[in-house]
Design a protein around this ligand. Structure first.
Ligand code: KG4
Ligand code: ZN
Length: 353
């Protein structure tokens, strides 16, 4: 079973071929991130235009690298939500056209679910990928931590899951991106805050963790505001001092201590909930997905606090990619899930789990 996966929900135009839900045959990602960096965040119109330019060459390269012709492809999987409307449209319309032209079944994939399926890839023909030695065993506890999502999910089996908790406001990656802006660190904020934090003291400042009604929910907006107030305090100004002017006044060591203290608490916030859920549900495997899943601090804290051995996938499969979409597509096809009508499949920008 070979599935072509197409992903265009945000600023990455991505395509990949995956075999039998476990073998990665190609993974091509063209990012328009450089074009967004100067604005400090993704500009939807620029992202959509970039997808139009990149989608055909990206799909061709994914097939070529996988040494596949259209005859070898059994199905097409595409992200139909959640994401930016204009971006999703390009992927979905392309996938619909290809499914009709080549007469292939079409599977509509939820991007957030897809993130966790990167962990099912255990083999590859590609150089430079480090993959886990075995697949997750159900029941699985999944933590999705990305720029747009923070969710804790309990999977009894494929497609049979309960959403335990999610963010009430910002996603964890979004919090990293916003703190990076306050500290004058480059976009995307996750990697740059991570890097700066290496020079700082994670215990330098006490920052708050939100308490919520649902014990598995998260919140990051209070933490982000606390970082802003802390930065203002550090330079001897009050809350009226503009956030955009802070980074020029903070010393490098103040920035490093703030980055390290923020990272410790942001990561602890999600790890606390994962530990709580582990104790209640006793899953056989715990997996993480999404851009923040490549954070060394998150991996360190999880491995330290959970009593089972954890394996992590290659960081290239944590940020948005087509392989995770193709992998989930394989399971849909192999387990007989309903295919979508290629003439009517619509986008769902606000899709939830
Ligand atoms: O999964 P992803 O590529 O896109 C979404 O679906 O949102 O995640 C991107 C997010 C960004 O917010 C980025 O800052 C964050 O992942 N990120 C990290 C790290 N690498 C990427 N956050 C913390 N530490 C990292 N090392
Ligand atoms: Zn994502």
């Amino acid at each position: 079973m070979k599935v072509l996966g197409i992903e265009t929900s945000c600023d990455e135009t991505a395509a990949s071929v995956v075999e039998d839900g476990r073998v990665l045959l190609s993974n091509v990602v063209a990012s328009s991130m450089d074009l967004h960096a100067q604005y400090g965040g993704v500009v939807p119109e620029i992202a959509a235009r970039s997808h139009i330019e990149a989608i055909t060459p990206v799909i061709s390269e994914a097939l070529e690298t996988a040494k596949c012709t259209w005859d070898d492809i059994d199905a097409i999987a595409v992200t139909y939500g959640a994401g930016l409307g204009g971006s999703l449209l390009i992927g979905v319309l392309t996938a619909r056209s290809l499914a009709i032209a080549y007469d292939k079944p079409l599977y509509a994939i939820n991007h957030v679910e897809g993130h966790l399926y990167a962990n099912f890839l255990t083999d590859t023909t590609l150089p430079s990928y480090v993959l886990p030695g075995k697949q997750p065993e159900f029941p699985v506890l999944g933590l999705i931590v990305s720029g747009g999502h923070s969710q804790l999910v309990y999977f009894r089996d494929h497609f049979d899951y309960t959403l335990l908790g999610q963010t009430n406001d910002d996603a964890i990656g979004e919090a990293f991106d916003k703190v990076a802006k306050i500290l004058g660190l480059p976009y995307p904020g996750g990697p740059s805050v991570s890097k700066k934090a290496l020079e700082g003291n994670p215990q330098a400042f006490a920052l708050p963790k939100a308490k919520l009604t649902n014990k598995y929910d998260f919140s990051f907006s209070g933490l982000k505001t606390a970082v802003l107030r802390l930065a203002q305090e550090q330079i001897g100004e009050d809350f009226t001092f503009p956030s955009t002017a802070l980074s020029d006044r903070l010393s490098e060591s103040q920035k490093a201590d703030i980055a390290a203290s923020f990272q410790r608490i942001a990561v602890e916030t999600v790890v606390d909930k994962a530990v709580l859920a582990y104790e209640e549900f006793q899953p056989k495997t715990v997996i993480i997905g999404g851009g923040v899943a490549s954070s060394p601090e998150l991996r360190r804290q999880l491995s330290e606090r959970l009593p089972l051995p954890l394996t992590y996938t290659d960081p290239k499969l944590c940020t948005d990619n087509g392989a995770m979409i193709a992998t989930l597509g394989c399971y849909k096809a192999m387990l007989g899930a309903d295919a979508s009508d290629p003439y009517t499949l619509d986008i769902a920008p606000n899709l939830s789990m």
